[in-house]
Write a protein that binds this ligand. Structure first.
Ligand code: TRP
Length: 324
């Protein structure tokens, strides 16, 4: 079985973007892969944040993953800082990572622009910690969004550099790209992101979902009710693709192109389908919030198992470097 590793930031709220873009894939992969999934708190602290809220964010993210159906019996789920070997390997990998490669990372550039007063070395070395996450478990496959492809290229470059310097070969990790890059935020401009306030959370109330979808952008060319629309460029249609039956998808596409249905009608239908889909997830999340020990126990078990493996793998690395 191939080994899969992926990480998610403890943003504190899973929304439709993460759910479709990451979580569904994560769940699917547990069927025929050995999967290790990490809540990356050490990555999160490279950005401005409030320390008092971090544990809540980690809890909410974990509970959200479980509520969506990620089964801790079929994979490991843990928190990055509970396995200190991640930062230790990151330090080691720092010594073979060229500065120039980090300077070229577009994520570093865009994050730097967002926090010009907090240009810390951790943010610069973020992709090295990400490489350490993956290599620590010798993972071959990494489900990620398009925006992480450059980081993974760098991970493979680090593998080659390490081999060249110390003769030790980690597997070169390959991305598994999700096919939902088309789902945008409700503003229709950017990807769904909590910080942009354009999301639908997995436990959003029906009332709030209805309100948000009512205001959501559709095909910008379709200005009047009688104008025909183009489902291909409509974010609401993208949602139909994921949450509606084949029949409803056809109804929406045909009605939009012929202007037989208006955006309002189309939105009512998707609202209903999304509410139905999220109902059991929201219920499960509410249950987990009332039983926090259960959630923390999942993370404790995950960390214990990961530490064992991480320690053994890191020992091999130290030996190769003449540190033992
Ligand atoms: N950088 C990833 C993101 O922001 C999160 C992440 C951290 C990750 N470590 C990882 C993803 C290792 C895949 C593998 O989405």
């Amino acid at each position: 079985m191939d080994k899969v590793f992926s990480g998610i930031q403890p943003s504190g709220q899973l929304h439709l973007g993460n759910y479709l873009g990451a979580v569904k894939k994560w769940i699917e992969l547990t069927k025929d892969h050995e999967c290790v999934y990490c809540i990356v708190d050490y990555h999160a602290v490279t950005q401005d944040y409030e320390p008092g809220k971090m544990q809540d964010r980690i809890f909410e993210m974990t509970a959200g993953l479980l509520a969506c159906g990620l089964d801790p019996e079929k994979c490991r789920i843990f928190v990055q800082s509970h396995v200190p070997e991640h930062t230790e390997l990151a330090w080691i990998l720092n010594t073979v990572t060229p500065m120039g490669e980090l300077e070229r990372q577009v994520q570093f550039k865009s994050k730097s622009e967002k926090q010009p007063d907090n240009l810390n070395v951790g943010l610069f070395g973020y992709p090295v910690l990400q490489a350490a996450d993956i290599l620590l478990y010798k993972a071959q496959k990494v489900p990620v969004g398009e925006d992480q492809v450059q980081h993974l290229e760098l991970s493979r470059e680090i593998v080659r550099k390490f081999k060249g310097r110390f003769g030790y070969k980690f597997p070169e990790p390959q991305p598994i790209l999700s096919d939902v890059k088309r789902l945008k935020g409700l503003d229709g401009d950017d990807k769904m992101s909590k910080s942009l306030g354009n999301t639908i959370a997995i436990d959003e109330t029906p009332k709030s979902i209805t309100k948000k979808i009512k205001k959501a952008k559709t095909d910008p060319q379709r200005k009047k009710r009688k104008d025909a629309g183009d489902p291909k460029v409509c974010n609401i249609y993208t949602m139909h693709k994921f949450f509606s039956s084949e029949k409803d998808q056809k109804w929406a596409a045909k009605g939009c192109k012929s202007a037989d249905i208006g955006c309002g009608e189309c939105k009512e239908r998707i609202t209903k389908n999304i509410i139905e889909h999220l109902e059991p997830i929201g219920a499960e999340l509410a249950k987990l919030r009332k039983d926090p020990d259960k959630v923390w126990a999942v993370l404790a078990k995950g960390a214990q198992s990961c530490r064992r493996e991480a320690a053994a793998n890191l020992d091999e690395v130290r030996k190769a470097m003449g540190l033992r």
